[in-house]
Design a protein around this ligand. Structure first.
Ligand code: FES
Length: 135
């Protein structure tokens, strides 16, 4: 798996990823800050940065998703799809499940992944789902 996609019209140029996995890099809630000062949100972003992203998914670090009481938090979004915000994530242990959920989201044209196809953390730790913008 890779985080880049190829444009079928130009095999040399990577196409923009359709799905954004936005990770709050400033989250502190729920976990202690270690002596190195790297907050849990930054640790989760680093762990995801080191992983192979699913096809069509790009990673974006953001400062605060306004889900601070439920940090670590992330959002999955794309044009024309529902946006989902998840919280209470473990910055290291949940990386595999986050990538699994991002891949399922990328494969769902409207962003709605069947309940049973979602990783447990996405079933139980959803904070919000936001409808796609109407155009
Ligand atoms: S600091 Fe992460 S959601 Fe606010």
């Amino acid at each position: 798996m890779t985080g880049t996609t190829k444009d079928p019209d130009d095999s040399e140029a990577p196409a923009a990823a359709a799905v954004t996995l936005a990770v709050c890099t400033t989250c502190r809630a729920g976990l202690p800050v270690p002596e190195d000062g790297l907050v849990p949100g930054a640790r989760m972003f680093a762990a995801l940065s080191a992983a192979d992203l699913p096809e069509g998914v790009r990673l974006r670090g953001v400062e605060c998703l306004s889900a601070c009481a439920r940090g670590c938090a992330l959002a999955l979004c794309a044009d024309g799809r529902w946006t989902y915000v998840y919280g209470d994530l473990d910055p290291e242990a949940d990386v595999g499940a986050i990538l699994e959920g991002a891949a399922a989201y990328a494969a769902a044209p409207d962003g709605i992944v069947p309940w049973r196809a979602r990783p447990v953390i996405f079933r139980k730790q959803s904070i919000a789902r936001i409808p796609p913008l109407e155009t």
